[in-house]
Design a protein around this ligand. Sequence first.
Ligand SMILES: NC(=O)c1ccc[n+]([C@@H]2O[C@H](COP(=O)([O-])OP(=O)(O)OC[C@H]3O[C@@H](n4cnc5c(N)ncnc54)[C@H](O)[C@@H]3O)[C@@H](O)[C@H]2O)c1
Length: 322
Amino acid sequence: MNVKDIKKVAVLGGGGMIGSCWALNFLWKGYPAHIFDINEEALQNARNRIAAGFDFLVKRNILTADKAHVAMGLAKYTTDLAEAVADVQFIQEASPERYEVKQALLAEVDRHAPAEAIFASSTSGLLITEIAKGSAHPERCLGAHPYNPPHLIPLVEIGKGEKTSEAAVETAVAFYKALGKEPVVLRKEALGFIANRLSVALYREAVDLVVRGVCSVEDVDKCVTFGPGLRYGLMGPNMIYHLAGGPFGLKGVMHHIGPTVEWWWEDMADWKKWPENWLEAAHEGVLQEMANRPPEQGRTSEEIARWRDDGLLALLRFHGKL
Ligand SMILES: NC(=O)c1ccc[n+]([C@@H]2O[C@H](COP(=O)([O-])OP(=O)(O)OC[C@H]3O[C@@H](n4cnc5c(N)ncnc54)[C@H](O)[C@@H]3O)[C@@H](O)[C@H]2O)c1
């Protein structure tokens, strides 16, 4: 199947955080979308989140109100999985992060969807081989991991299972590019894909610094936000080190600080289980951080998410992505 053959998509788990943003993204780019979830309450969540997302895009002059209205009219909401996938060419799965849920969904998709329809799982890092293991069509199954919020963040990590076909990967890559995304295909299967492995490597150290008493939760976030985070919005760690080396580039900076970094690594967190009591401490710390924020940047999760989305729009513009 070619990307031009993709005329209609389905989003499974469309009422969730990720599914609703995927649906918004597909509708925004002109694809009719069947939005499936397990009950009416979840579908109402989808309607509310999608409407709020379009409202934001209109208020920020990304879309006219007329275009948003037309796009929202391309959505069909259903709790009937057979109806959701019967005549679609691309299926974005965004159900809970459990093998048994995703495997059961794929089994139902096998029964009701066209055999060539691509099944793209939003999994944050489960193995695609395992998700597809009972499937009659494992060749159509791949990972398509977005970053939250998927309609604004361009990265989609494409993961292959043992039986994923190259044709499915190529079509998925072309499809996400057509949506304006930045797909990255993993060369081999890896739990957690690339970006989440990097993300939790940083987070392990962040938790450890707090547990060790070096700093507060708020200080960790301040260090990332006003330090490396500003650069991470523009470039990755390799390029950052390369620029730090001036005329000598990455080799120069590693020659300079490389040996002492090995001392730090010796001292840094390498635990494999979350430390006891960290969750309560992290939760309290982040609530404190929220209370200390400048009020004009929002203090509730909803307000802060909207402020974040404005920042993302500015960065996307800077990257030429809007
Ligand atoms: N939250 C994130 O930041 C994030 C980022 C990237 C990827 N993901 C991945 O996206 C997927 C969804 O995560 P989320 O955060 O949106 O979760 P969520 O809990 O917000 O949404 C899950 C949705 O799936 C629905 N659901 C429950 N059982 C289902 C079933 N049997 N079939 C279909 N739908 C079902 C729920 O009703 C809910 O609407 C997960 O695989 C997660 O790892 C999450």
